[in-house]
Ligand binder design. Structure first.
Ligand code: UD1
Ligand code: CA
Length: 475
């Protein structure tokens, strides 16, 4: 299919869309309906809806059936119209259910499958334009693929418009050899669709109403056309877990190329996984085995060394995320350094230039600019001011078995190593906490707090201990 240089469509012929999503997807062997399996962080059906949205098709109708409520919820209950196909009697039957929603609609109807997520909106648009140029009643979108197994095959006759589709299950030995497949994407003239749907029967291998039979019906009226994808992979449908993995990797390749075009470096693209909702600033470097999930936003000039998982996390410009960081619903300030091996749990908010080092866990806490917790600490339910230093092994004891309590640490506070802060507790600004303290009461600003733990020494103890042990060992 040739790409149009002009995307403007002067004939303002109305466009509607019907997305088929009622099937169970038996070959997935899943408790979840097929169209709700995720690729690049979103359900298959959302990818299709996202591409359709750009076309402004109205109405856009999703046919739901198997686990209808779950599918309705995923398509944003009420955001697009849904119709129920209570028994899944085939793709033709699914479109029949959408007919009342199209009552009185004049124009073209794009029919798409909810399990074909790689199709770009530009391609959908081009299909519509080609359909209109050809003056066809139906135009099917085909693709040439290496392995056509499972797909409907495009059977072309002697003349250009002589077309039909034969399903895999119904194909003859010759027909199964055809490598041009039906992507399950069509543009119909609305009146043709409304009038001819009733002619579909169930006399086939699967006993289903095949939407694909409408191609031959149009062909006999001299009004069928076929547009072929330039990149066949765009038309891949997901029927199995293997297809899901294949589509995921193709989508990752596509997303990563897009971000490379925006000035992002990926050290090992094949091991990187992005969600479609991720944003990455220019001159950031993403190391191997990094997964960015949800609506994660990475600023400009950041370095993610590798082996990290960030979900719904915002990373400020120039931050360094070292090896092995897990961050979930967190904020990392500009120029901050995190890791290696740090865990930022929900609502961890690090200010600018904060340092969080190895084996430090932060949860539901804000940490002010330039403050540091560089080694082995747990900071939970806390507010830490600016320029504070939290020593190695500091623990906020935030949980009494019933409730979580807050710890407040003021600006410029120095917390000595191996300190327990038993919440609720406040350490005033500029205070020092001696190493090994257990702080149970508030500390006034500017104070030194410590526990009386006098050091005692027994001189010569080791020598006498060793001589007491030696005879026992000989036995
Ligand atoms: C269908 C096409 C096939 C094409 C392939 C492309 C038919 C008869 N066959 O086959 O030519 O190559 O898609 O991927 O159309 N659905 C419903 N209600 C139903 C049945 C299906 O809504 O009663 C939905 C499914 O949820 C799915 C889509 O229609 O999103 C396609 O159904 P599926 O069973 O996967 O069809 P295929 O056998 O792949
Ligand atoms: Ca399919």
């Amino acid at each position: 299919m040739a790409k149009s240089t002009k995307s403007s469509n002067k004939r303002a012929r109305p466009l509607a869309a019907v997305i088929l999503a009622a099937g169970q997807g038996k070959r997935m062997r899943s408790a979840r309906p097929k169209v709700l399996h995720d690729v690049a962080g979103r359900p298959l059906i959302s990818h299709v809806l996202g591409s359709v949205a750009a076309l402004g098709a109205s109405p856009t109708v999703v046919v739901v059936g198997h686990q209808a409520d779950a599918v309705r919820a995923a398509v944003g209950n009420g955001k697009v119209a849904t119709v129920l196909q209570s028994e899944q009697l085939g793709t033709g039957h699914a479109v029949m259910q959408a007919r009342p929603s199209l009552d009185g609609f004049e124009g073209d109807v794009l029919v798409l499958c909810g399990d074909v997520p790689l199709l770009r909106s530009e391609t959908m648009q081009e299909l519509v334009l080609e359909h209109r140029r050809a003056g066809a009643k139906v135009t099917v979108l085909s693709a040439k693929v290496e392995d056509p197994t499972g797909y409907g095959r495009i059977v072309r006759g002697k003349s250009d418009g002589e077309l039909r589709i034969v399903e895999d299950a119904d194909a003859t030995d010759d027909e199964v050899m055809i490598d041009e497949i039906n992507t399950g994407t069509y543009c119909f003239d609305a009146q043709f669709l409304a009038a001819e749907l009733d002619r579909l029967g169930r006399d086939n291998a699967q006993g289903e109403y095949y939407l694909t039979d409408l191609i031959e019906i149009a062909s006999l009226q001299g009004a069928a056309a076929c547009a072929t994808l330039e990149e066949g992979e765009e038309g891949l449908g997901v029927n199995s877990r293997a297809d899901l993995a294949r589509v995921e990797s193709l989508l990752q390749e596509r997303l990563i190329l897009e971000w490379m075009d925006q000035g992002v470096t990926f050290l090992d693209p094949p091991s990187t996984m992005l969600s479609v909702d991720v944003r990455i600033g220019p001159d950031s470097v993403i190391g191997p085995s990094v997964r960015l999930a949800g609506a994660t936003i990475i600023g400009a000039g950041c370095v993610l060394e590798g082996a990290s998982f960030l979900r719904n996390t915002r990373v400020g410009d120039g931050a360094l995320v070292r090896w092995g960081v897990v961050a979930d619903d967190a904020v990392i300030g500009e120029g901050a350094k995190v890791g290696p091996y740090a865990h930022l749990r929900p609502q961890a908010e690090l200010g600018a230039d904060v340092h969080i080092g190895n084996f430090v866990e932060v949860k539901k806490s804000t940490i002010g600019a330039r403050s540091k917790a560089n080694h082995l600490a747990y900071i939970g339910d806390s507010t830490v001011g600016e320029d504070a230093n939290i020593g190695a092994g500091t623990i906020t004891c935030n949980y009494d078995g019933f409730r979580k309590h807050r710890t407040v640490i003021g600006d410029r506070v120095q917390i000595g190593s191996d300190t327990q802060l038993v919440a609720p507790v406040t350490v005033g600004a500029d205070s020092y906490i001696a190493a090994g303290s257990t702080i149970t009461r508030d500390v006034e600003p500017g104070s030194l707090a410590f526990n009386d733990k006098p050091q005692r020494v027994r001189g010569g103890w080791v020598e006498s201990f060793r001589s007491r042990q030696a005879p026992k060992e000989k036995k």
